[in-house]
Design a protein around this ligand. Sequence first.
Ligand code: ADX
Length: 199
Amino acid sequence: MTDNIFAHEHPESERARGGGFTLWFTGLSGSGKTTIAHLVGPALDERGHVVEYLDGDTIRTHLSKGLGFSKEDRDTNIERIGWVASRIVRHGGTAITAAISPYVETRQKARDLVEQFGPFVEVYVNASVEECARRDTNGLYAKAYAGEIKGFTGVDDPYEAPESPEIVVDTEAQTPEESAQIVVQKLEELGFVGSEVRA
Ligand code: ADX
């Protein structure tokens, strides 16, 4: 409940250091978001960026501990990640997020928060639900298809693919390394990272 809470925004909170951005991975569970994020992060680190990972599973053990998978809880989770990402960007950092973030409207809210301070780059990690279920890295798809987990994204809960993401990778056709390279190249093209690797 936020009814009786009056947040006083501090005047200096408008100031931003510059140079930061958010790389927002979205896609089904098992699509490869985290794997690619952890390949892209070091490449950005080498180019002088200070990277913070906001990974769905990590966030849910800390910042969003106790939240479930109703639409309301997922939205709360994504808004929290978006808010933290916006603060990181304000300080000139690079936030790499990897949560399913299944709803277009909620991802837009995260974008709006971040864009107060710097760019928001949405990366759609595309893989079919059949392929993600075949990989079934943590056995959750089997449970979802068996009815042991209800409301599993892509099985009996929605996933709204981005309509115009800045970047699309196809993890059925590409290796994680190839997908990561596509992301880094695009970030260079957009001018958000330099191509020079530090010694
Ligand atoms: S989100 O919808 O709020 O963006 P998030 O990325 O944080 O989801 O968490 C997804 C992870 O939680 C999945 O990778 C999976 O390991 C686990 N999980 C558990 N239950 C569900 C569910 N019902 N739907 C999707 N993922 C689930």
